[in-house]
Design a protein around this ligand. Structure first.
Ligand code: SF4
Length: 531
């Protein structure tokens, strides 16, 4: 066999003390050693390979780090599943079904959903099957969120509730991952002694400690794609998928805990992301959403600094992909190049999610958002210039410490002028551990509620107006399932559409003519055969 293989990725070598810039790739049977120059990132603990290799007969490589002559360390982790450039494909689960079941409970953002999907894929690879009933499970995994105190409290409540089950089934591993775990494992071990394993988000190799069968997968667990659906779940095959492309956040918004828990921005290697999307699309996935806390910062930390715009172009070229989205963007990184790419590329959906959080510059400064109201509005204006039909979504927090009524009205005015299709509204609540939690939470709850209501009413009026213009228009809808007896799906602009049809349509694209509108969704009738 002679195939082009790709070895672009980053990773860490546990125990490695190297500060050298030379590391090694070793063929799996260790009969030959190929020395390669690699780049060093940040510290001696991180390795980066960015070469495409052509190696006869060896589909897999093992990375060996040179920590000085005679002190090479072979890590258990960085065995690379190299991807054929020509023929991305899926293999069946590598171990037969073993009768064991896993239960995964996930709260939080799409990043958590994607990580949970990866854990599910790993377990399915070694013969486990999913259950929706924790009482039936042979292993229970909780994926936690800490963005709000309420979310963290829910996780704690769930862990406490599971203590009883753990007493009844002491051999059942109980695992906690997600943002709650980062940097506070020692504290959590004392608080929840019945938990068998804590692991940082995306540190999937740790799962081997409670599922030893995973060690039988001789490639890196990181290489399993997100939202991979092995044939055992073929009936539930996904047609949409989340793909994380950048982890962490380099901003320090004064109300946000994410940077403390998820760390600095770390982009996944360009070729890894493209290869993963190729593999996902080859299984029938039609819509891919690229994820990151600051998704449009993608690539600044990689060799050659590939941008999100470049990544969008590479992914758009993958045959079979119908829709491409990305979440969540930071206004500071929303470049003309990214907007132009979305406007130009056939698969990139005409939808922009650009959180603004407040419309008053002083509030934005205290939130440490690093942009002004005018910057955000200018980005929206440029986006609309390039894509007149684009839909815009944003996030707003009301009642931030010190927010006066006049400052709130700046937000109201900005939203009234901008006319977004969707505004995710939140009332401020202090998050322990953040800067703003040290400030007086001085907007009374009733006042926060009043401001929230005022924006909700405004948004109802704006959406009524925007959607009314859609009457009689025809939109492509990706059908997600049934709701109250009707088919339901989303346009490329992410607007919810309901319609009737006797055909089986899950996962199909249908053109729908809009016959009725409301502020929050559209109703219609099929105007094309499904495809
Ligand atoms: S950009 Fe700000 S709000 Fe978003 S994750 Fe980073 S710190 Fe949090």
């Amino acid at each position: 066999m002679f195939g082009a293989v790709r070895a672009n990725r980053t990773g860490q070598l546990p125990n490695c003390q190297s500060t050298t810039t030379e590391q090694y790739l070793r063929l799996k049977n260790e009969s030959a050693l190929i020395r390669r120059q690699t780049s060093q990132m940040r510290s001696g603990y991180t390795w980066v390979l960015h070469r495409s290799l052509r190696i006869e007969g060896y589909p897999r490589l093992r990375v060996v780090c040179a920590c000085g002559i005679g002190r090479s360390i072979v890590s258990s982790r960085p065995v690379i599943q190299l991807t054929s450039l020509d023929a991305p494909r899926f293999s069946p689960p590598r171990l037969p079904l073993n009768g064991k079941r896993f239960f995964i409970w996930t709260i939080g953002c799409q990043m958590n959903e994607a990580d949970s999907a990866k854990v599910a894929a790993m377990l399915q690879e070694v013969g486990y099957s999913r259950t929706d009933d924790e009482l039936e499970a042979d292993i229970v995994i909780l994926n936690s969120c800490v963005v709000r105190q309420a979310a963290e409290d829910r996780v704690s409540g769930k862990l406490n509730a599971l203590a009883r089950l753990k007493r009844q089934k002491p051999d059942m591993p109980l695992v906690l991952t997600g943002c709650m775990v980062t940097k506070q494992q020692e504290k959590l071990k004392k608080q929840f002694p019945h938990v068998d394993l804590f692991f940082d988000p995306s540190d999937f190799d740790k799962m081997q400690q409670v599922v030893p069968e995973l060690a039988l997968l001789d490639d890196d667990l990181d290489e399993l794609p997100h939202y991979y659906q092995p044939p055992v779940e073929a009936g539930a095959r996904g047609f949409t998928a989340y793909v994380p492309i950048i982890y962490g956040c380099n901003f320090l918004c004064s109300y946000c805990i994410v940077p403390y828990r998820r760390g600095k921005e770390t982009s996944r290697p360009f070729e890894d992301v493209v290869a993963e999307v190729q593999r996902i699309v080859a299984t029938g996935v039609r819509e891919v959403t690229l994820l990151g806390q600051t998704v449009n910062a993608y690539g600044h930390d990689l060799p050659g600094t590939p941008s999100l715009a470049r990544l969008l172009r590479a992914i758009d070229a993958i045959p079979g992909l119908d829709r491409l989205r990305f979440l969540t963007s930071h206004p500071k990184y929303m470049s003309d190049q990214i907007i132009d790419s979305v406007a130009e590329l056939p698969s990139a959906c005409e939808h922009m999610n650009l959180p603004v959080q407040a419309g008053d510059n002083d509030v934005l400064r205290r939130m440490r958002r690093t942009y002004t109201r005018d910057t955000w509005m200018e980005r929206i204006a440029y986006t609309r210039e390039q894509m007149p039909d684009v839909t815009i979504a944003t996030d707003v927090i009301v009642g931030f410490p010190g927010e006066t009524d006049e400052q709130f009205m700046q937000t109201y005015d900005m939203l009234e002028r901008t006319k977004c299709d969707k505004v995710h509204l939140a009332m401020y609540s202090p998050r322990p551990g953040t800067l703003s939690a040290r400030w007086a939470d001085d907007v009374p709850r009733e006042e926060k509620f009043r401001r929230h209501q005022a924006l909700e009413h405004l948004q109802g009026r704006v959406c009524t107006e925007l959607n009314a213009k859609r009457l009689g228009e025809t939109y492509e809808v990706l059908v997600e399932g049934r709701s109250k007896g009707r088919w339901t799906g989303r346009t490329r602009g992410n607007t919810l559409v309901h319609f009737d049809s006797d055909a089986e349509l899950v996962g199909r694209l249908v053109d729908v003519r809009i016959t009725r509108t409301s502020p929050w969704y559209l109703m219609g009738e099929p105007a094309s055969a499904p495809r």
